[in-house]
Structure formats: C-alpha cells, structure tokens
Design a protein. Structure first.
Length: 379
C-alpha cells in the first residue's frame, strides 16, 4: 500500500475510534442520573438489584446495579428475564383492540354479550345492590366499578402476608378469581369514575377466549410476541419456574417495621394474577414492545387513538385502555405501564414517537420504580 494511502487509512481509523469513544462517553453521561437513582435504590432503599434498558437517539444503554442473588452475591445481568405483573395489561388490551379492528367485537359491547350470565346475574347480587351493564371499554379503562379481587381480605391473608409461603404453588381458574368480586356491589356506576381493578383484566382475558376460541395467552403469542420476535417474553400459565437467565426475587411479604424479614419468592404460580399480571419478559423485549405499540406497528390509528384516550387516574397521571399517560416533573409526557408481583417491580415508558424508551426492573417488591423514570427523562 502506498505511504499516502496508509496515512489516509490510519487517519480515518483514528477518527472513527475517536468518534466511537466520544459517542460512548456522551451516551453514558446522558444516563448518569439514572445510574445514580439505581444506586440509591440499592444502597439506601435496600432493593437487592436494579436493571435498566434504554434505547434513544444515542443508541442502547443497559445498566445494572446490586445483586441477582443475595446468598451468592451474583451480579444482575442485562439479559435477565423477570415477572412483569400488571405490565401484562397492555398486551391484553392490544389483543382486544386488534379484535375490535377486525370486527370481531366492539369496545362498547356489554361484557354480558361475551360472558353470558357472569356479570348480569351475579354482579351486585349478593348484597341486593344495583346491577349495571359493564362494557369491554370499561374493563380496559378501569371504569367498570367492579371491585378488585386482590383486595378481598381472605385472599390477602393467604397471598399478601406470610401465608403466601404456604399457598404460593396453588393454581387458580379465572372464573374463580373473579367470582367474589362479581357478588359484591359495584364501587360506582360503570363509566362514571376510575378505579384500578385486576378483576377487569381477568374478565378481558376470558372475553378474548370466548371471542376467538383460543386462550388470551395463545392470542398474545400469535399476535404480539411472534411478530415482534419477543423471544424472552412468555405466559407461564401455572408453571412456577422462571426460564432462562434470571435473578432471585425477594419480598417482605408486606410485613411492617423498619427491617422486615426478606423471603425468596422466585417460585410462585402466576395463575393468581392471570390476564391481569402473569407474564415474564426482559428489558429488551419490553422496550421493543412499547416502541412498536406507540408507533402504530400493533394497532391501526383508530384503535391506538382509543387506547390513548385517557382520564385522570392520579396526580400527573392519566389512564387510557391498558396504557398510562404520565407527565413527569420536567413537563415531558411519556406512555407505558408499571407492573408489580411478588418479588418484582417493573416499568416501561416511552415518548409518543418511540424515540426514547426506558424499561426498569427491581428484584424486590418494596421499592418503586417511579424515580428511575424521572431520572432517565428529567435528569
């Protein structure tokens, strides 16, 4: 090679390397506040470990903090899978909205049309309370007024206390989960208020099965997981296992006090959550799902607009159909969902154009992830 060519090649190589180093450093600096927030959760708030996956215009950033296993001290890994709890809800809502787009059902169909006798004959009957027609839209938007089955005192004693250690491997049928809630009087007339209820999404899963002849799990796999190649995401049904690389999951089992005992709750039967929260995923898959959803890859424009039609749910937070709209302290609006289940807290949010998406997981259920989202977008 001629000397001039060699020199030109060396200059070009040095320039590329310099740009690569500069880009990496810039990307790392842009997530400094996020890393600090993760450290705070682990070092000061006692979370065992934290995991982050961010994709934005600077590229991909994966961060970890703390441990995957308190006994061995093993570090968390970016590719880990974990239980996502209520982040199952956007997947279920997506399937129902796809069915509406195809003409299989309508959002304003009464639930009674698809689950005859379940809501009409049982809802409010135990107390002689008023019976109202609940629609599919109201299920997805948490405006049905149907009480949350996880608030039942007997269930809470068995699963949200130390009783969990005895009952953790028990399986549950969807109809059994919702039966108690449908015997209680409505919290309010359907459509007039907002109240988060896991019962809504167990019913939505039942509607999907009645409308398609396939379980909601099969429909999610067919319509969402396979097209997007979400290979880390699954619906375990009654399996107590966490497949693939994963952390141990820890819980205080909601015991009071400054230093309650921690319990390893990695193995549990997620049918207790069903269509309201049984799924497993990874940071990579959640980011891919959120971006695909908000940029219209999963829903036609009309259905995406329905999903993003929100009402006030909490300060700075509105809820659509399986989708949360959150206005952060710095004024940025992001879209996504949070999820909690024994031993795991997860969140994914993205800007409306999908250009900046962040997913977080904690392998402990007593610390929230809200500060991580704030740090990433406002830091």
């Amino acid at each position: 090679m001629p000397p001039r060519t060699v020199l030109t090649a060396l200059i070009a190589t040095a320039t590329v390397l310099a740009l690569a180093v500069g880009s990496s450093a810039a990307t790392d600096r842009s997530h400094t506040r996020t890393r600090e927030a993760m450290e705070t959760l682990v070092q000061q708030r006692g979370a065992p470990g934290a995991l982050a996956r961010v994709e934005d215009h600077g590229g991909v950033w994966a961060g970890t903090e703390g441990v995957a296993d308190r006994r061995t001290g093993r570090s968390r890994l970016p590719q880990e899978r974990f239980r996502i709890g209520s982040l199952t809800k956007p997947f279920v809502a997506t399937v129902l909205l796809q069915l509406e787009a195809e003409g299989t059902l309508r959002l304003d169909d009464p639930v009674e049309r698809w689950l005859p006798g379940l809501c009409k004959s049982g809802y409010g009957a135990a107390t002689g309370g008023p019976r109202h027609s609940v629609t599919l839209r109201q299920l997805l938007g948490h405006t049905s007024g149907i009480p949350d089955y996880t608030a039942d005192p007997a269930l809470r004693g068995d699963y949200f206390d130390v009783g969990f250690l005895t009952h953790r491997r028990q399986s549950h049928a969807p109809a059994d989960l919702v039966a108690g809630s449908l015997k209680r009087s409505p919290l309010f007339r359907p459509g007039t208020r907002w109240s988060y209820s896991n019962t809504n999404y167990v019913l939505a899963g039942m509607v999907i099965e009645r409308a398609t002849g396939l379980s909601y799990a099969e429909e999610i796999e067919r319509r969402v997981l396979r097209p997007l190649k979400l290979d880390d995401t699954s619906l375990p049904g009654t399996s107590t296992r966490l497949p693939g690389p994963h952390s141990r999951a820890y819980s205080t089992l909601f015991q009071p006090g400054l230093h309650p005992a921690l319990h390893d709750v990695t193995a549990l039967d997620p049918s207790l959550a069903g269509a309201a929260g049984e799924m497993l995923s990874s940071g990579r898959d959640l980011v891919r799902f959120a971006r695909a959803l908000l940029t219209g890859r999963l829903l036609p424009p009309r259905q995406l607009k329905e999903m993003k039609t929100t009402r006030v749910a909490a300060p700075r937070e509105r809820y659509g159909l399986g989708l949360t709209e959150r206005t952060l302290s710095c004024g940025i609006t992001v879209w996504g969902h949070e999820g909690a289940i024994h031993g795991s807290r997860t969140t994914v949010f993205t800007t409306s154009d999908g250009g900046h998406t962040a997913a977080f997981n904690l392998n402990g259920d007593w610390s929230g992830t809200r500060k991580l989202t704030e740090a990433e977008y406002c830091g």
